[in-house]
Design a protein around this ligand. Structure first.
Ligand SMILES: *Cc1c(COP(=O)(O)O)cnc(C)c1O
Length: 379
């Protein structure tokens, strides 16, 4: 089956009791058993719930994976992966990461004796300097947030495989529509479902998918034992959103292309990050592994103080100033004080997350209105 058909049908079957086409919201914590242990596959909703199961199977299908698990947030999904590690283990990851990932690495799991190396993954060979027999996990994110570096998923996968190290890709920014890391060698794909997959800024949710039954069982153990699982209402909303993922992504990419072109030579802009430009340093890798270039764009304002940047960020009519991304509505974000506020200034500035950087999540509104709004805000 192709992508759009899977988005609408995978994991979803007419309800066996009523024939309902939409997967019902199974708002139940527990399930009847005929005799102890004799049930229909569901015992308690922390572990399994039919609405959540439909969503998990759908996301897995979209990532060309066999197994899926949904979580109450992207961070709960990340937390579950990190629970596979033990004190003394080491992780190699990128130097431009989602702020919450950086925070859970350095402020939560570092305290349990896990060591994290933050390296420039646009040069996969740089991983070699940090590999040792203590390395247990390579964690990447591509495109990176917010500077839109593109990391070669397949090249890093080869290094991970050779070293016998678990390889996880946070695929939130691309969505399964633009790239499928499992096909390129990832062991686990992580998503913040909150973003493009759900797509309507109305739920916070995460997911993990894998093709390995053994990994699935290990992850399922922590998912059920620690309990970061989502309820049926949120699962239903995400399932409803996912049905239009392919349509929305096409529109995000098309609007993104036009906005990137408009901003490229704008006199108020010093730098623009978008992987679709031929002069983007990783453009060839993006072309190779992504179906299109997405709707995430970051800009650095020319000669702008923090105050100037705040002023611009607050002067939009159609774009909203808000954290998050990937919804149908266009958003403006100031990473240094919003999404990346938990990363120390020296650390974030080293990778270009400066005070005059603004990130744009291009929505699917009419392009003329978006361009008009940008023109007036920059004017
Ligand atoms: C938002 C985000 C997360 C965290 O997901 P939540 O659903 O907010 O917990 C992780 N990685 C990336 C790239 C994100 O954008």
């Amino acid at each position: 089956m192709k992508f759009g058909t899977k988005a609408i049908h995978a994991g979803q079957h007419p309800d066996p009791t009523t024939g309902a086409i939409m997967t019902p919201i199974y708002q139940t914590s527990t399930y009847w058993q005929k005799t102890p242990g004799e049930h229909k596959g569901y015992e308690y909703s922390r572990g399994t719930n039919p609405t959540r199961k439909a969503l998990e199977d759908c996301i897995a299908a979209l990532e060309n994976a066999q197994f899926g698990l949904a979580f109450s947030s992207g961070m709960a999904a990340t937390d579950t992966v990190l629970r596979l590690l033990r004190p003394g283990d080491e992780v190699i990851t990128g130097n431009d990461l989602y702020g919450g990932s950086y925070r859970i690495f350095t402020k939560v799991f570092a305290d349990f004796g896990i060591k994290f190396h933050f390296v420039d993954l646009t040069d996969p060979a740089s991983i070699q300097h940090h590999l040792s027999d203590r390395t247990k996990l390579i964690w990447i994110e591509t495109p990176t947030n917010p500077t839109m570096q593109i990391i070669d998923i397949e090249a890093v996968g080869k290094i991970a495989k050779e070293a016998g190290v678990l390889y996880v890709v946070d695929n939130t920014f691309a969505s399964p529509y633009l790239q499928n890391p499992i096909d390129l060698g990832a062991d686990i794909v992580m998503h913040s479902v909150t973003k493009y997959i759900a797509g309507h800024s109305d739920v916070v949710m995460g997911a993990l998918v894998t093709n390995s039954e053994e990994l699935y069982k290990q992850l399922f153990f922590y998912y059920n034992a620690c309990g970061g699982t989502p309820g049926p209402q949120d699962s239903f909303l995400a399932l409803r959103g996912i049905k239009t993922l392919h349509l929305r992504m096409k529109a995000h990419c098309e609007n993104g292309r036009q906005i990137a072109a408009f901003l490229k030579n704008h006199p108020r802009i010093e730098k623009i990050y978008w992987p679709g430009f031929e002069d983007h340093p990783n453009h060839e890798v993006a072309k190779k592994q992504m179906l299109d270039f997405g709707g995430m764009i970051s800009i650095v304002l020319k000669d702008a103080t923090l105050e100037d940047t705040f002023k611009l960020a607050s002067s939009f009519n159609v774009f909203s100033l808000a954290e998050s991304l990937g919804g149908v509505e266009s958003l403006i974000n100031h990473p240094a004080t919003m999404t990346h506020g938990s990363i120390p200034k020296e650390v974030r500035e080293k990778v270009g997350v400066v005070d005059n950087l603004i990130r744009i999540s291009v929505g699917v509104e009419d392009i003329d209105d978006l361009l008009e709004d940008l023109k007036q805000a920059l004017g």
